[in-house]
Every structure is written in C-alpha cells, then in structure tokens.
Design a binder for this molecule. Sequence first.
Ligand code: ADP
Length: 358
Amino acid sequence: MKGSLRLDILTKTFDDLPVGVGIFEIPDLEDIESIRYVFMNKVLLYEMRKEREEVFGKRIVEVAPEAYQHEGGLYVINTYFKVAAEGGSINLGLVEYSNHMVAGTYECSVHHIQDNYVYVMLRNVTELEQAKNDLERKNKDLSNFAHMVSHDLKDPLNTISSLIELIKMQFEDKLGAEGNQLISFIYDSAKRMRNLINDILEFSSIGQHKEMTQLDCNELVDIVQQDLKTKIKDNNASIEVGDLPEINGYRTEMRLLFQNLVSNAIKFNRPGESPKIKISAREEDGWTFTVEDNGIGIAEENQEKIFSIFQRLHDRSEYEGTGIGLAHCKKIIDLHKGEIWVNSEPGKGSTFSFTIPK
Ligand code: ADP
C-alpha cells in the first residue's frame, strides 16, 4: 500500500468518483487507536474538510480525535476495526455525523481488502434525506387537506340530497314527466358525488394512525365475501379461494384491497358470462397473491395507467365507478412495501397480482 506509484494509481482510479472512498490500515488489531488513513479521494476529503497532506499516513486519533467521542464516528471506526479483524463487508445504512466543521447524514459501507486493510464507501445524503422528509410532510398535509375537504363537502351534499327527496315527494304530481326526469338526474349526480367523496375520504385515510398486525387472509376474504353477498348473488358470481397465508399488515386496508379487487372482478364481467373468480397465494421471497377473473380484460396499453387516481376505461353508462379503487389498492400495497400489477388478455380475463414482503 505504500509508495508513490500505488498512491498515484489510487488517486487516478478513485479521485473523481462521485462517492467518497477511503482506505485505512489497522496495524494493531488489539488497538482501535492504531487505525490510520492510507488514502482518501476528493469527495471524502471534502466531506472531512481536510487536505490530503493533513491526513495521508496519519492516525485518525491524531487528525480527528473528536470522531472517537461522537456516537456516529465511533460506530464507523468500530466497524473498520471489526471488518479488519473478521473480513467481509458491513453495510452501515444511514449514519449521522457532526463535528465543528460538518454535520450530516451519510450512507456508508465498510469492506475488507486484505489483512489489516479496509476501505469505506460513503455518500452524503443529507439533502436527499431532507427532501424525503419534506416530501413526506407535504404528502401528509395534502392527505389531511383532502380528508378535511371531502369531510366538509359531505354536509352540504347531504342537505342537497334531502332537499331533492323532499321536492320529489311533495311536487311529484306537479313536476310532470320532464321535471321528474330532471330531478332524478340531479339525484343520481348527488349520489355519484357522495360515492366520490366517500372514496376520496377513504383514500386519504389509508395508513393513518394504524398499526400492523398479524392477519389471516382467509378470514379477510371471508368477510369481503359476506360484505359483497348481494353483489355476488345478483351477478351469479363464483369465487374460489385457495389456501391463503397469515401476513403482517394493516387490517382495514388489506380488507379494502381484497374488496376492491373482488368487486372489480365481478363488475367488469363479460355480458352473458357469470363472473368466475379465483383468489390464491404463493410463497416467493414474500407472498404473491393473485385475483383472477374471466371478465372483459384490459388492453396492454392501459395496464399501467389504471392504477392512477381517476383513471377509468369506460363510460359510467357502461360500468359504474369513480376510478379510485385501483389507486387505492396501489396506495395500500405501497404502504406494505409490495408491488401490484395486472396481466390480462382483452376478452379473456384479468389477473391482478400483488406482493406482500415477509
Ligand atoms: P372504478 O372501478 O371505480 O372504475 P378502479 O380504479 O377500480 O375504478 O378501476 C380503474 C379501471 O380499471 C376501471 O374503470 C376499469 O376500466 C379497469 N378495471 C379494473 N379492474 C378490472 C377488471 N377486473 N377487469 C377489467 N377491467 C378492470
């Protein structure tokens, strides 16, 4: 590791990388203070606010003794020591570090090179983490706003609906056929608006103030079948349920997910065909669930966009709906850190799949 040629090669290879790279020697595996800097590229020198002459060949304890006093600093130094002694690599994830010159969050990993030598790779993610926190806060604000607005819209809408009912009851004779038809249009629109508001309200409440618990998916699907009993019967639908696992998840959200997928599978059936639905799960890393139907199917070019809010492929006169159901499903699966997608052949049926990590 010594000698100018090697240092030249290291500098040429690592200096302009966009991540910090530092090589350390631990000459005495019994003494944590023996750790010394062999090489640091530009990014790492910048992160430490040091010049190469100040650090190369020196011990950490000489150049940055404060690192031994800081929780994050000591954690990283201990990891150099551990990797030097035991080999392999350790990914430290996010480490907070600050001294009188710097303060930030660093993504950091330590790797063994050869006896007594390790290297660290480090990326300053302070701004990224801040942006992530800001985004999370803004999303929460937006969700609260949607929740508040939809909640407040319910009151005047309820008044409108009651007044329409009243007009219908009191003036039915006087309104004539045309007047009655107009009233029923208003009534239907108010009903649609109520469904929309309820859906937005539900959408904005996903994952708020709830805890993950152990869930028996067979039980959840049973409940969904009970809730959809009338719909299942009216459409002569048959539902075959395989052996479903227990998962760690959000109860109300998972029930809504199955409910949305099953009610879509019933709703988007082919005219003249009874809906046949199969729900199953298989184990692959985590769990992969599928809800399969024999309905109208979805063209390839629409298979992604249906998971966005308010995206519908049909006119309301063909199929009722608000276009929120699948966006809802996507949000629920995001909350569980899984994925959701559809495979489908138009005219044959659709298979919605989603994963739930263990
Ligand atoms: P909604 O059901 O209220 O229209 P969704 O978000 O649940 O809204 O679905 C979005 C669109 O995706 C639907 O309008 C429909 O065109 C399509 N879709 C959803 N599920 C199915 C399915 N099982 N078979 C065929 N098309 C479907």
